[in-house]
Design a protein around this ligand. Structure first.
Ligand code: NAD
Ligand code: WQD
Length: 331
């Protein structure tokens, strides 16, 4: 029996595939390579000494999905495939709904057709909206989405709940990630966005590497310890292990929602300073105006994941910064 990983050559997907292979699971990847490259497959093999089957295809392609389900015995799906640019989703919302929402519908239809009713879904802390308190607990429910991207995640969560309500055989895990950074300690896989990055860590990496002049720190007048925005950064390997644990615990039908975060908040300047210190590199920055739509501070309450999945993040901010830089140096 195999696990189908959609978006498995992407940033979080590739790290999860490594952890699944380390647990001797059989893994099949479907990815259309719109934001990743086939080289990742060799890297995964180098790290684990194991191979996984790869289909270059789009999850919206019904025929391709049928072929995959016909050719393999798929017991469960971990669903990462999707577009993830918050800013980009404002520019091209229809593409986001098409890829993320319609893509998930096609995937769920194929799963249903082939009697595979177990799925782990990549959701995001963004579904909380702006609850007015920095510590996000699963029970708070979904708030108003602040971007079309966030709306697609909230719609998919709701769709999965509706699906279970209609058919109690489905076993569904919704994982809400906070801010994944870092890379595999081998330095072979990591996050490698095209063009000018939007997210903090990829931007810092490019400044440290001399590819970009300086980081703009978006606001230093927030009500936080040093005035800069605070987030719950989580090492991508811890996040990947969270998926393995969630899958292991998916033994009874239902919808299970868990935060995957560390529970610690770090400011932009904490990240810049730690990155400089542990890697002995300079990260030039300037203070810039606040970025529209940003919240001052939020972090996970990770209690439920610890209690129910037996999972907690182990890697600290220093490892996150070290491994992020190690990946860049290794490229
Ligand atoms: P990523 O872009 O690195 O990985 C996504 C992968 O999906 C890519 O390899 C891409 O080629 C593939 N893909 C996209 N659309 C596809 C389609 N229609 N058919 C087949 N493959 C397709 O992104 P990531 O950071 O690894 O994120 C994975 C998932 O986690 C996404 O759903 C994202 O929204 C979610 N998420 C990410 C973050 C984050 O900060 N990275 C935070 C919360 C949630
Ligand atoms: C982090 C902090 C910025 C860039 C996004 C999505 C969220 C989730 C994770 C997918 C903030 C500051 C950033 C820069 C800066 N993704 N910053 N200069 O916005 O917390 O979360 O990624 O689900 O949904 O919204 O992440 O890395 O963009 O920002 O000062 O050049 O760094 O203001 O305080 P964010 P980020």
């Amino acid at each position: 029996m195999s696990i189908l990983v959609t978006g498995g050559t992407g940033y979080i997907g590739s790290h999860t595939v490594v952890e699944l292979l380390n647990e001797n699971k059989e893994v099949i990847i479907i990815d259309n390579l719109c934001n990743s490259s086939k080289d990742v497959l060799e890297k995964i093999e180098k790290i684990t000494g194991k191979k996984c089957k790869f289909y270059e295809a789009d999850i919206r392609d019904e025929k391709a999905l049928e072929k995959i389900f016909n050719e393999n015995k798929i017991e469960s799906v971990i669903h990462f495939a999707g577009l993830k640019g918050v800013g980009e989703s404002v520019e091209i919302p229809l593409e986001y709904y098409d890829n993320n929402v319609y893509g998930t519908i096609k995937l769920l239809e194929a799963m249903k057709k082939f009697g595979c009713k177990k799925i782990v879904f990549s959701s995001s802390a963004t579904v909380y909206g702006d609850p007015g308190t920095p510590k996000y607990v699963e029970e708070m429910g979904r708030g108003k989405a602040s971007s079309p991207y966030g709306a697609t995640k909230a719609v998919i969560e709701e769709m999965l709940e509706n699906l279970y309500a209609s058919d109690k055989e489905w076993t569904i895990s919704i994982l809400r990630y906070f801010n994944p950074i870092g890379a595999h300690e081998s330095g072979l896989i990591g996050e490698n966005p095209n063009g000018i990055p939007n997210n903090l860590m990829p931007y810092i990496q490019k400044v440290a590497a001399g590819e970009l002049k300086e980081l703009s720190v978006f606001g230093n007048d927030y009500d936080t310890k040093d005035g800069t925005g605070v987030r719950d950064y989580i090492h991508v390997v811890d996040l990947a292990i969270g998926h393995v644990k969630a899958l292991e615990k998916l033994t009874k039908p239902g919808v299970y929602i868990h935060n995957l975060g560390t529970g610690c908040g770090y400011s932009v300047l904490d990240i810049v300073n730690t990155f400089e210190r542990v890697n002995n590199v300079k990260v030039n920055y300037k203070i810039a105006p606040r970025r529209p739509g940003d919240l001052a501070m939020y972090y996970a309450d990770p209690t439920k994941a610890k209690k129910e999945l037996g999972w907690e993040a182990k890697r600290g901010i220093e490892e996150m910064c070290r491994d992020s830089w190690n990946f860049v140096k290794n490229k």
